[in-house]
Design a protein around this ligand. Sequence first.
Ligand SMILES: C[C@](O)(CO)[C@H](O)COP(=O)(O)OP(=O)(O)OC[C@H]1O[C@@H](n2ccc(N)nc2=O)[C@H](O)[C@@H]1O
Ligand SMILES: Nc1ncnc2c1ncn2[C@@H]1O[C@H](COP(=O)(O)OP(=O)(O)OP(=O)(O)O)[C@@H](O)[C@H]1O
Length: 281
Amino acid sequence: MTIRVFAPAKINLTLHVTGQRPDGYHLLDSLVIFADAGDRLTFRPAADLSLTVTGPRAEGVPTDGRNLVLKAAALFEGEQGAAITLDKHLPAAAGIGGGSSDAAAALRGLSALWHQPLPDPDAVLSLGADVPVCLHPRAMRMRGVGEDILPGPVLPDRMGILLVNPGVEVSTPAVFKALSRKENPSMPHPPGWSSAAVMAHWLAEQRNDLEPPARRLAPVIREVLDAIAATEGCLLARMSGSGATCFGLYDSRAEAEAAARIIAPAAPHWWVQAASPYSTG
Ligand SMILES: C[C@](O)(CO)[C@H](O)COP(=O)(O)OP(=O)(O)OC[C@H]1O[C@@H](n2ccc(N)nc2=O)[C@H](O)[C@@H]1O
Ligand SMILES: Nc1ncnc2c1ncn2[C@@H]1O[C@H](COP(=O)(O)OP(=O)(O)OP(=O)(O)O)[C@@H](O)[C@H]1O
């Protein structure tokens, strides 16, 4: 028996930082979607627990207990075996929740393999603020420090996404620390949208409050945003999460693919990926 789980890239279409808790964690209000680009995990029965990391972005990803996949496994009752393979396609420490989405995929895969319920919500949150939302890979609104999640709006039938990462790892704590103003307005209720253009128009009124501090720490983010914004048909260019990955929105996947064909050859060291929204349905 082999269980396969896809771990899609997380995109913060908006990221409003609305306050800070006494323990230092920030209060967020974020519209999150997922892309059909991501990592692939397989789970097979085995006497011992093991993790093998393969794929084009495997380099530098820990294979020991620091990997969020093994941290997720440790939340289940008892010591059980599983042979886990993580086929890594997403850049790490990139603002698109690579590790968090892997952790969520591991929770789902091991819950099925071991016939156990998912760990309780506090334990899931202890893996990372993005892990609860990554357990529900569809349009979601995320609030609190990441634990308060509810279904988001229905996305337009057709839209294209471009993801671009300049290969600079940005530390999430460093970006939050560099944020000058912690109390910013929350996000209005996201309505549904009839098209990607109408959606982008609404999103343009919203913000990623982590973009200015991330740009100060990694000025190349400005170049990435400019490159995306200059492509034909780009409706919106913004940074995701704490960066440095930025996204572009387009009316169709074909337009996102055309934009990727312009940017990739001009910046061979950047990770450039066209995608569509991912949804488990
Ligand atoms: C920036 C986002 O990606 C937006 O979706 C998330 O808030 C971060 O999610 P994550 O990487 O899973 O975050 P964690 O691993 O839990 O936290 C990393 C660090 O980010 C900061 N952090 C994270 C989440 C939050 N709501 N407030 C914070 O201040 C803290 O310094 C924390 O030590
Ligand atoms: N499965 C994993 N994949 C990638 N990195 C991992 C994984 N498990 C642990 N890590 C470690 O976590 C660090 C952060 O990488 P990760 O991909 O989790 O960031 P991220 O979730 O993209 O950040 P953000 O919260 O900004 O979206 C990496 O530098 C790496 O050492």
